[in-house]
Design a protein around this ligand. Structure first.
Ligand SMILES: [Zn+2]
Length: 331
């Protein structure tokens, strides 16, 4: 489905098979000579079909269209090589461009990104069998672009002109290490990727490429709360009309979770992220941690680790680096 959300800005709804987010809002901005497409969908036939039909219904030619990727996740980046040719500019932050290419399988069939995630999961106490299964089921394994892509790197405050719109690049690390939004400087709206979403809490997970992802995320929330934003166009779900209120809700969510994690840590002498994750009250339909599908355990464990690392940075907890697994305890 395609609809106009602002003059010459269209949402192309791209279904996301097998993904609980169900659908991606890809934004197509029509320019005078060149168009800009923001985020692409998975490397999957259904996504490709919806995207190509959406572009055709808008009379948009791919040869006249550049691509901007808000962040590395496969539901945003997977379809790039289907849409881009050698002359297409594919804009992305330096770090997430690197990470997107890190997800491309190497000659052994695995990828640098997933190898590093595997090491992290083991360090944070995941059982070996669950590590292998989570990596096997990881969407970055199945839906990545399949080949290395040349990116046009954008940096903070870079300007992109599309038709009458002038967008400023705003780095918002947290949801991914190099997440980037686009701020329209005259109309004052933000195309915000997954940085803030309406009704959904964007995940903030550990990776090798960020030392304190939750700290980065909360700073990025502060950053956009200080900007003059009339509304935000997210990559999933509805337009956010009150950005400051949504930022406050997200901050509160993380404060509540951080307190919960402190309480969990207070009950025991030391715990690893996997153990802490198993005690957090996740908003899921499963009765117990044991029943959670392994991919949800993966997300939960990576989020729990980002809370624990944040608490260490706040001097409220400390890491105990034993030989193989990292444990945490209260200070
Ligand atoms: Zn994402």
């Amino acid at each position: 489905m395609v609809r106009e959300v602002q003059p010459n800005i269209y949402i192309i709804e791209v279904p996301l098979p097998g993904n609980p987010l169900t659908c991606l809002n890809s934004y197509l901005i029509k320019g005078k000579k060149r168009n800009l497409l923001i985020d692409t969908g998975l490397n999957h036939e259904e996504c490709k079909k919806a995207m190509l039909e959406g572009l055709a219904s808008l009379n948009v030619k791919l040869e006249e269209t550049e691509i901007f990727v808000t962040h590395m996740h496969v539901d945003h980046s997977g379809l790039i090589p289907v849409l881009a040719n050698d002359l297409t500019k594919v804009y992305c932050s330096n770090l997430d461009a690197h990470l997107i290419n890190c997800c491309v399988p190497n000659c052994t069939g695995t990828s640098e990104f997933l190898n590093e995630m595997q090491k992290l999961l083991l360090m944070h106490g995941f059982p070996l069998g669950e590590v292998y299964q989570a990596i096997y089921e990881h969407p970055a394994r199945e839906h990545n672009m399949g080949k290395v892509q040349l990116f046009h790197i954008v940096r903070e405050n870079d300007l992109l002109q599309v038709g009458d719109y002038k967008f400023k690049c705003v780095g918002t690390p947290g949801h991914s290490p190099g997440h980037m939004c686009l701020y329209e400087i005259n109309e004052k709206f933000l195309i915000c990727g997954d940085h803030i979403l309406d009704e959904i809490i964007p995940t903030v997970k550990i990776t090798k490429w960020s030392a304190n992802p939750l700290g980065n995320y909360l700073d990025s929330l502060d950053k956009i709360a200080e900007m003059d934003i009339s509304f935000a166009l997210p990559a999933h779900g509805k337009t956010i009309n009150n950005v400051k209120a949504r930022v406050n809700e997200l901050r509160q969510h993380h404060e509540i979770r951080l307190n919960e994690v402190l309480g969990i840590l207070g009950d025991k002498s030391r715990m690893n992220a996997y153990q802490v994750a198993s005690k957090i009250t996740w908003d899921v339909e499963y009765a117990s941690w044991e029943q959670l599908p392994v991919l949800l355990k993966y997300f939960a464990g990576c989020v729990a680790a980002s809370y624990l690392i944040y608490l260490c940075n706040q001097n409220m907890a400390r890491k105990i680096d034993s030989e193989e697994v990292i444990y945490f305890e209260l200070i």
